[in-house]
Design a protein around this ligand. Sequence first.
Ligand code: ADP
Ligand code: ADP
Length: 232
Amino acid sequence: MIQLKNVSKIYRTKNGEISAVNDVNLSINKGEIFGIIGYSGAGKSTLIRLLNGLEKPTDGTVEVNGQLISSITGNKLRVARQKISMIFQHFNLLWSRTVADNIAFPLEIAGIAKTERDKKVKELIDLVGLSGRENAYPSQLSGGQKQRVGIARALANNPEVLLCDEATSALDPETTDSILELLLDINKRLGLTIVLITHEMHVIKKICNRVAVMEAGRVVEQGEVLQVFQNP
Ligand code: ADP
Ligand code: ADP
């Protein structure tokens, strides 16, 4: 489903070169929940931007869902990216739009007609457990509810892959657990492949099948969660 081969990303800044991702090889299966863990600056966000085609690698290839994301551009990339969704630490909701209108937004962009849009939005609101809140504004929601809107919006275009960028880092432990359970439920029900980046080990332990540990741009270890995190 996702294949990274010898992927490197070097940023050129006025203070010199920064090797953000360094010769990374990863293979993620369809329907898997794959975790990427590492401290701040390890290269996790850069890796996720390479996975969704927001950045091009300096070297190597990134394949997602049968498409060579690292080479395609323009309309082809735009279409491929509709199947690669993302949720964020700070939710990135539109504050002047209601819950329902936030979720409808990607459907509007995709040119889906209003009747079909409304039906899909209702389905998504039920799926993430926000029934009754469709007309609320983001500022009226708790952190966990905001992330549920983020998840519903991310699922609107029936993606093949969901990328989670520190998606629970702004939430308290209890809310974190409820969001992780929702992700697990969605993974099971829709067979969605989930890639999750985090600096928190308990997040990985709770829902991931496999994990890659990043340090200074490199994957220093990868494998089954139990095997990578077993205590000696
Ligand atoms: P993480 O998500 O694990 O915190 P990042 O991918 O954000 O790591 O950053 C990895 C390294 O790349 C850091 O040294 C960071 O400062 C650098 N970096 C990230 N994005 C850019 C950019 N757009 N330009 C220059 N350097 C960057
Ligand atoms: P958190 O409380 O999790 O830090 P915030 O609620 O402060 O998150 O903000 C979440 C995101 O929404 C941020 O990217 C912020 O810039 C943006 N944001 C916050 N308030 C507004 C607003 N009134 N209008 C537009 N964007 C906003």
